[in-house]
Design a protein around this ligand. Structure first.
Ligand code: HEC
Length: 162
């Protein structure tokens, strides 16, 4: 093989390698910057019933969900997005059923901003809320951000200083 041919083959191999690498880069970027970091694994029935409750009970007055919250309110409650990465269904059901949720999760906030009791809801309603909230997940690439945000909302401290 002449050296000119070798050079051409060399350039072709490098170009293919570069293209493969670029394609990999593009996918990583797409995942991290363009996708919504949240998802739910709930069935349509549970989602529909829970959406109605969440609307009626005004959870978004204090919490963000699907990145949305009531901007006229300034309660530093943790986001509901991704909550299923931190709590299991039983914990959530007990929390929503508690006469005083602060016995389960202490609050650093003024009483009017704290998580209210939903003990008066029907059994089915508390079950629906628990199974919907546990279905709220975030993708792995967003998990560190979600942990940090939740820690800071619950404690009022910087995550790094922990
Ligand atoms: C008045 C504001 C307010 C409303 C309304 C409210 N919450 Fe909360 N919630 C909070 C606060 C603040 C916390 C953090 C604990 C505390 O300070 O009591 C919290 C905590 C939680 C937690 C546990 C958070 C964690 O990180 O472990 C869940 C789950 C939750 N709320 C779900 C809901 C759902 C579902 C609704 C509607 C049915 C709702 N909340 C309505 C303020 C509120």
């Amino acid at each position: 093989m002449r050296s000119g041919e070798k050079a051409i083959i060399g350039i072709m191999v490098c170009s293919v390698a570069l293209l493969v690498w670029l394609k990999g880069q593009k996918t990583a970027l797409d995942d991290e910057n363009l996708e919504v970091p949240f998802y739910s694994t709930a069935s349509k029935e549970v989602s529909d019933r829970a959406a109605k409750l969440i609307h009626e009970l005004n959870c978004k007055k204090c919490h963000s969900l699907w990145g949305v919250r009531d901007l006229s309110q300034a309660v530093p409650a943790p986001a509901l997005d991704g909550m299923g990465m931190f709590r299991d269904e039983e914990w959530l059901f007990n929390y929503f059923s508690a006469e005083n949720p602060q016995d389960i999760l202490p609050s650093r906030l003024k009483p009017e901003y704290r998580m209210p009791s939903f003990a008066d809801l029907s059994l089915q309603e508390r079950k629906d809320l628990a199974s919907y909230v546990v279905s709220l997940k975030v993708y792995d690439w967003y998990f560190e951000d979600a942990k940090k945000a939740r820690y800071e909302k619950l404690t009022g401290k910087d995550y790094e200083e922990k």
